[in-house]
Design a protein around this ligand. Structure first.
Ligand code: SF4
Length: 502
């Protein structure tokens, strides 16, 4: 005989269970609840001006958002649904049911200036409980795609090319007018069309129109003039506005002007397609995120300074050591770290190659005489200092290069291997960078350095893997640098909570 357990949906309970009883003692939702209850939410509460109808409590909304990100729920409509169906959400919100608009407004507006501080408070609590240390941090970056449409690009180089074409065509129109109506243009000053703007184009076309009035004009010139009158001022105005948005960048997206086109490693087409996105930089310790920053520049090298400054702003202190890969090993970054008294366990390009280099390669075995400031080439020829050269990096950092030249390379049997130029060999040496590299090598090869190098791969890299593959966060939901930063902050908090619960 088959026996079924009692199943009666209409059975009433004398004492219905509370939500509190239904939640497991060590469930992650309890950790989120407890930690957020322990942070100081004054700055968040101060965002509210008062007046009007009552508002949902910001601490409750913050808990709901962080827990949603922890559960891989990023859409405000899905959060609204969870608040009606999921007992963990219902317990966290104490049965409050803010709708998706309220949740979205809270995420986009109220958290704008306060999330960084909340994040810092949570990390400080983790430091106090011994889960995290702020002494050494592992830094790395990844690109996260923007919400923007993938095919709405504006390229800085196209703007430059179009403007240059316009300059040339305007000059041609002007030259034609001078050849046909020289007398009418006699009183006008010499015009330079190398730099043009909408105002200048309008003025020039009006001058040309006046000069050519009543004259018999070539059909093609007439067409070009009509087109220029109709489109050029408008196009130039558009280019000026786009150049303002571009700033120092090379591209942006029309549907998210803050996003820059970057090469994404996990491109589904596997063809290295450029997509609009942001460069996310994080610092971790013990696989917890202790610092995050979003950048519009795709190169990691140029992001380290502002990333470290942000660390200082969050904790009012700097880390003692920064461990990063060769993407950060530049003269500028080494100098910044040295000035801030941070030990930089950062490889430079060719660090690994330098460790295995054979002693008899030509260019690596030049002897340097410091007292005389000259080199001796493998043929024993003196290479004297000739001049210094300055180079400015993308971030405005000035590099000084010393140039050395051999006296006579004619007839040298090693010339084919040594250099390809027709002149005597000239060599550029960055002495400051060489010193910084030597210091980096010393640190990287020390006992601590070897430990940090090993740990880097299992500290910061798995965090990206967790965010992108476990949490499925490969594309932002919101648009604009400010809002995507909020999303990053929530994601970082959710990651830390999940790690704390693990
Ligand atoms: S080519 Fe000039 S610099 Fe090179 S080994 Fe010969 S002499 Fe020296």
């Amino acid at each position: 005989m088959v026996v079924f357990k009692d199943y009666n949906q209409n059975q009433l309970m004398l004492l219905p269970p509370s939500l509190e009883e239904l939640i497991e003692p060590n469930h992650p939702v309890r950790v989120v609840n407890e930690i957020i209850d322990n942070i100081n939410a004054d700055t968040l509460i101060n965002q509210y001006e008062g007046g009007g109808t009552s508002s949902y409590h910001p601490r409750m909304l913050l808990k709901v958002l962080v827990y949603s990100y922890l559960c891989n729920v990023y859409s405000s409509r899905k959060m609204e649904g969870a608040l009606k169906e999921n007992i963990h959400f219902m317990w966290l919100s104490a049965m409050n049911r803010p709708d998706h608009n309220t949740l979205n407004r809270f995420r986009s507006d109220r958290l704008k200036n306060v999330l960084k501080e909340i994040f810092a408070q949570v990390v400080k609590l983790l430091v106090e409980s011994g889960h995290v240390s702020l002494k050494e941090v592992y830094t790395d970056g990844t690109k996260i795609e923007s919400r923007a449409n993938r095919y709405t690009f504006v390229w800085g180089n196209s703007i430059k090319t179009n403007k240059a074409k316009m300059s040339v065509q305007l000059q041609q129109l002007w030259d034609y007018t001078q050849s046909v109506a020289k007398e009418e243009l006699e009183n006008t000053e010499d015009v330079d069309f190398k730099k043009i703007d909408s105002q200048k184009v309008k003025q020039t076309i009006s001058q040309i129109d006046t000069a050519l009035k009543g004259k018999k004009i070539d059909k093609k010139v007439k067409q070009k003039l009509n087109y220029a009158r109709k489109c050029w001022p408008e196009n130039l105005q558009k280019y000026e506005e786009q150049e303002k948005i571009l700033g120092k960048r090379k591209s942006f997206s029309k549907t998210d002007p803050d996003a820059t086109f970057m090469r994404m490693k996990e491109d589904h087409m596997k063809n290295g397609q450029l997509k609009p996105g942001y460069n996310l930089q994080i610092s971790t310790n013990n696989q917890y995120i202790v610092n995050y920053s979003l950048h519009q520049n795709p190169t990691d090298t140029t992001t380290l300074e502002s990333h470290v400054e942000r660390f200082k702003a969050l904790y009012n202190q700097l880390p003692e050591a920064v461990v990063a890969d060769a993407g950060y090993g530049s003269e500028e970054n080494y100098t910044i770290m040295q000035n801030a008294e941070i030990q930089a366990y950062i490889k430079y390009n060719y660090f690994d190659k330098d460790q295995h280099k054979t002693k008899n390669t030509l260019n690596n075995n030049l002897y340097y005489n410091k007292a005389k400031d000259c080199y001796y080439c493998p043929m024993g020829q003196k290479m004297s200092f000739i001049r210094t050269k300055k180079r400015i990096t993308e971030n405005g950092f000035e590099q000084t290069l010393s140039m050395y030249q051999a006296i006579n390379c004619n007839g040298c049997p090693l010339r084919g291997q040594c250099h390809k130029g027709k002149e005597n060999k000239i060599m550029e040496v960055n002495h400051n960078l060489n010193q910084l590299k030597a210091r980096a090598t010393e640190l990287l090869k020390s006992e601590k350095g070897l430990y940090y190098r090993k740990k880097r791969g299992v500290d910061v890299e798995p965090v990206f893997a967790n965010i992108k593959y476990n949490k499925g966060f490969k594309r932002f939901l919101l648009k604009g640098l400010c809002k995507t930063e909020i999303e990053t902050g929530l994601l970082a908090l959710a990651h830390n909570f999940a790690k704390r619960c693990a």
